[in-house]
Design a protein around this ligand. Structure first.
Ligand code: G1P
Length: 290
């Protein structure tokens, strides 16, 4: 089954980046010259998912505008001999169909995904959280879609092995290793942000999921969870009681850009990998290292 839709929830308040996020959505903060959300959308597109469902809230409209055309800007650039830049600006958003749904109250990630139900309908879909950017030869959502296909189109949660004392920051998966597909587990349960002493494993999701539409029924049934919010993790845990759900350890370099440390690290690393900026970044690092 080809998965063409990706849900990207962008309704959060981004308090860790205040005061910048008082007026600018966190997802629009740049890493080099591209807003963070652009990297996440790129992952979806490279994974063959061209229908992007943004779950937005008031004040997040600039994300939708970014993926729309800006004819005035394109004309201005063309008139001023900057055709290459005009082409670049034009191309943003040409590979995707943007669908937006509103989350009217911030009641948690589970609630945000439930808001996308009418846009998804009765098909499998990806969820990609923008707080983590994962780069590598093979986009994570594509790796998970392949695993899902190998598992009879069931739900697959992308996981990574973390330091055991960080389990209270993530959804943690408990499962049994399977032989049919590499680096994969059949899920027994999933728990949101357990204390290290309560965590069943160190398999954490940085927010990459392939889900079957049955998740929407679970999202309607779960009570409020950790932090008084409706948690996607709790709905997946419920789904795993009714159907086979898998977890797959993905490959790739992951940046936790939802934190200042991860954001700075991504900025430095991406600059070092970019032809245009690598020399200047090396020079800066040398200077500040003194
Ligand atoms: C959310 C999810 C959590 C996941 C995390 C990844 O938590 O609820 O299961 O591990 O994203 O970033 P949040 O970081 O939004 O509190």
């Amino acid at each position: 089954m080809k998965i063409t839709k990706a849900v990207i929830p962008v309704a959060g308040k981004g308090t860790r980046f205040l005061p910048a996020t008082k007026q600018v959505p966190k997802e629009m903060l740049p890493i080099l010259k591209r807003p963070m959300v652009d990297y996440v959308v790129e992952e979806a597109v490279l994974s063959g998912m061209n229908e992007i469902v943004f779950v937005i809230s008031t004040g997040k409209e600039s994300i939708l505008d970014y993926f729309d055309r800006n004819l005035e800007l394109e004309q201005y650039l063309n008139k001023n001999g900057k055709e290459e830049l005009a082409q670049k600006v034009y191309e943003i958003g040409t590979k995707i169909e943007v669908i937006s749904v509103r989350q009217k109250e911030q009641l948690g990630l589970g609630h945000a995904i439930a808001c996308a139900e009418s846009a998804i309908g009765n098909e499998n879909f990806a969820v990609i959280l923008g707080d983590d950017i994962v780069v590598g030869d093979n986009p994570v959502s594509s790796q998970l879609a392949k695993a899902s296909a190998a598992f009879n189109n069931k739900s697959v949660i992308g996981v990574m092995e973390i330091d055991k004392n960080l389990t209270n920051k993530y959804g943690i998966v408990d499962g049994v290793k399977v032989d049919e597909y590499p680096s994969s587990f059949k899920m027994n349960s999933m728990v949101e942000k357990p204390a290290p002493e309560d965590a069943p494993t160190n398999l954490a999701t940085p927010g990459r999921y392939i889900l079957t539409p049955e998740i929407f029924k679970c999202l309607k049934e779960i009570p409020r969870g950790v932090g008084g919010e409706y948690q996607l993790t709790d709905a997946i845990n419920m789904l795993a009681k009714e159907d086979n759900v898998y977890a797959h350890i993905f490959e790739g370099d992951r940046y936790d850009t939802g934190t200042i440390e991860g954001y700075l690290k991504a900025t430095v690393d991406f600059a070092l990998k970019n032809e245009e900026t690598k020399e200047v970044m090396k020079k800066i690092l040398k200077e500040v290292g003194k």
